[in-house]
Design a protein around this ligand. Structure first.
Ligand code: SF4
Length: 250
């Protein structure tokens, strides 16, 4: 049941970051940029923030009431604005409605949605993670060649790599290869781990083989799986340009 503040006709509302939204704060970077303070929305859109907006969003933890936040952040909100009106303003503002939801009962947000890093030289904003080194094609222009990674990723190293990416505060991860779909279990493990750490991701695929794993992956992580990028490479010049190879998962 929604709680009601004493003497108030408005039921209490609890703003919280939507699932899939991440706040990033990079402190003391040597090469500063606007995105050192930012929110990443559900569609992967990056919003650069002022210090007070960042502090407000960080305080939207699902435990504090909208009324309490209105008083606390009086530089952002007019004290006289009613909670109902404030809620309507949040709902109609494209940025705020992308980032926040209002709950009728306390619902603590995931603390991993706020990532603060200190002393990095420069922001690492997007990580391209070469998760799979093999491929089911042999494009003439591929820089991969026949070089397979000496030690392919496994569940353990996937966990370690994802934790490192979270620790350095990247805003998004691109999972690529080689070809990601030829190691479906590994791709699913990476997706699990990235969602666990509130890291949004996209996937690169050549879409030549069985792409059922992409459907499964996106079905499992609607808040964090952003998009699939399909590379259509080659000149259709013949099999020397695009050659399908067989591949079995290690
Ligand atoms: S699909 Fe990509 S990774 Fe695979 S051979 Fe072609 S260029 Fe290389």
């Amino acid at each position: 049941m929604p709680s009601r503040a004493p003497g108030s006709k408005d039921p209490a509302l609890y703003p919280r970051l939507r699932a899939g939204v991440v706040l990033r704060r990079r402190v003391d970077t040597a090469f500063r940029q606007g995105a050192d303070l930012c929110a990443v929305g559900r569609g992967g859109k990056v919003y650069e923030l002022e210090a007070d907006s960042y502090a407000f969003l960080k305080a939207c933890d699902g435990r504090s009431t909208l009324k309490g936040l209105r008083s606390r952040f009086h530089s952002l909100f007019d004290k006289k604005t009613s909670q109902r009106r404030l809620a309507a303003e949040i709902g109609s503002d494209p940025t705020l409605s992308d980032l926040l939801e209002l709950r009728a009962a306390p619902a603590p947000a995931d603390p991993r949605q706020v990532v603060e890093t200190k002393g990095l030289k420069a922001a690492c904003r997007v990580a391209v993670w070469h998760l799979v080194s093999g491929c089911n094609l042999s494009c003439a222009h591929c820089y991969l060649g026949d070089n397979s990674r000496g030690r392919p990723f496994d569940a353990r190293s996937v966990r370690a790599a994802a934790a490192n990416l979270h620790a350095i505060g990247v805003e998004g991860v691109r999972l690529t290869g080689g070809e990601t779909t030829i190691r479906p279990r590994l791709l699913l493990e990476a997706g699990e781990e990235l969602e666990r750490l509130c890291l949004p991701f996209s996937v690169n695929s050549n879409a030549v083989g069985d792409v059922g794993v992409l459907i499964e992956l996106f079905g499992k992580h609607p808040g964090y799986a952003r998009f699939v990028q399909v590379s259509v490479d080659g000149s259709f010049g013949g099999p020397e340009v695009l050659t399908v190879k067989s591949y079995s998962e290690p």
